[in-house]
Design a protein around this ligand. Structure first.
Ligand SMILES: *Cc1c(COP(=O)(O)O)cnc(C)c1O
Length: 401
């Protein structure tokens, strides 16, 4: 770190709470897949602000929509109707299983809404939500309680009541955990933060069967998998299992803070005026940006290209795993949500690999302490994917030595 980057980092550390471990770069500009820091160093962004900027940084259609809306109306609260909010809800409904949408400002808030919905819809005796080990559902108290990774709970106990975690991939144990208090099963169709771990289609179908048998709601957290990331607008479309409730956020606004909970109209009907709300939820600028984002993602051929580029990337990652078998076991993922699973020796060096790529100007991260995670903008070119694979090959070569 040098010059401007150092100066900004020092200012930041003196006034901003240190709850994030940050890389030594202050990003000042982004265009497509490229970020530029305060010292002028350029980075190939293969994280997209953690699966957020799917159309790349400062996509012209989104930037135009934000600017246009900001000149008309920035905020009105939910006491009044809002045009871009209505347009966005219509698009989400037209392109999913859902009939109704609630807007929030983040993923955790979308999940909070889903948890409140299943509780109010199930009556006072039934409030339990079962989620999976290794899952990630957010950082608020309820969503962190739903998160199946103890490291996120440490120091914040007692956790709110009503959350339990089933072991990953075992339906029998999960069924044995269902009690008279249980009202929902919550899961990600593919665990993102947990290390890019896909759930088997058979397992997801089994979850749906359990929900039907025990009269539970099935909630899919598609905050990371949704909005085109996996090569379909929502991951559930490829898995053949339709949830009762789905949450989305991250990529929905291509960088604007927005989340949403989607469900069928019979379930939605229990949220009557006054039961739940958000001051900023569905804010006009955020929803206008999201409408522009969805329009691009829904253009003919866009999602097919995401699938093809995902396959291209995973083929390259598999080739690297073949070249470096002591470090990596193979690629996994869907669309452009990809991971390179590491061996035990590789895991020891996972953080060093990410740091070494950072030094070379390539941004990725290490997810769940098991896999390198790649979340490039969906508009990434095959040349840029090659650049990533070449840099990763060099880094793996160094680590092997
Ligand atoms: C990121 C994420 C969340 C939390 O979203 P925030 O916007 O950070 O609150 C929840 N669930 C999943 C699957 C995520 O990837």
């Amino acid at each position: 770190m040098s010059g401007e980057n150092t100066a900004w980092a020092e200012r930041s550390d003196s006034v901003i709470i240190g709850n994030y471990g940050r890389y030594p770069a202050t990003m000042i500009k982004g265009e497509g897949c490229i970020l530029t820091d305060a010292d002028g160093k350029k980075y190939l962004d293969c994280l997209s602000g953690i699966a957020v900027c799917s159309l790349g940084h400062c996509h012209p259609a989104v930037t135009r929509a934000i600017c246009d809306q900001a000149q008309k109306l920035v905020h009105i609260s939910n006491l009044y109707y809002s045009q871009p909010q209505i347009e966005l809800a219509e698009m989400l409904v037209a392109n999913s299983f859902a009939d109704k949408v609630f807007f929030a400002n983040s993923g955790a808030e979308a999940n909070e809404a889903a948890i409140k919905l299943v509780r109010i819809a199930s009556g006072p005796e039934r409030y339990g939500v079962i989620s999976l080990a290794g899952s990630f559902h957010g950082r608020t108290l309820a969503t962190v309680a739903a998160t199946g990774q103890p490291k996120f709970h440490e120091g914040f106990e007692p956790m709110p009541e009503g959350f339990s975690h089933a072991p990953f991939g075992n339906l029998n144990v999960l069924e044995a955990m269902i009690t008279n208090q249980t009202c929902a099963i919550l899961c990600e169709p593919l665990q993102g933060e947990g290390g890019v771990r896909p759930l088997e289609v058979e397992y997801l179908k089994g979850l749906q069967d359990l929900c039907r048998k025990h009269d539970l709601f099935l909630i899919f957290d598609e905050i990371q998998t949704g909005i085109g990331r996996t090569g379909s607008l929502f991951a559930y479309e490829q898995l053949g299992v339709v949830p009762d409730i789905m949450t989305v956020a991250k990529a929905l606004g291509n960088g604007l803070p927005i989340g949403a909970m989607l469900t069928r109209k019979e379930i939605a009907a229990v949220l009557k005026p006054g039961t739940h709300g958000s001051t900023f939820g569905g804010n006009p600028v955020a929803t206008a940006g999201a409408v522009a984002t969805l329009k691009v993602i829904l253009e003919d051929g866009f999602l097919v290209a995401v699938q093809e580029k995902g396959e291209y990337l995973r083929k390259g990652l598999d080739d690297l795993a073949t070249r470096f078998p002591t470090l990596a076991t193979g690629a996994r993922g869907m669309g452009l949500l990809s991971g390179l699973a590491l061996t035990e020796k590789g895991i020891e060096q996972g953080t060093a690999m990410v740091n070494s790529l950072f030094d070379r100007g390539v941004l990725i991260n290490f997810a769940g302490n098991v896999a390198l995670r790649f979340l490039p903008p969906l508009i990434i070119s095959t040349e840029e994917i090659d650049q990533l694979l070449n840099a990763l090959g060099e880094v793996l070569g160094e680590c092997e030595a």
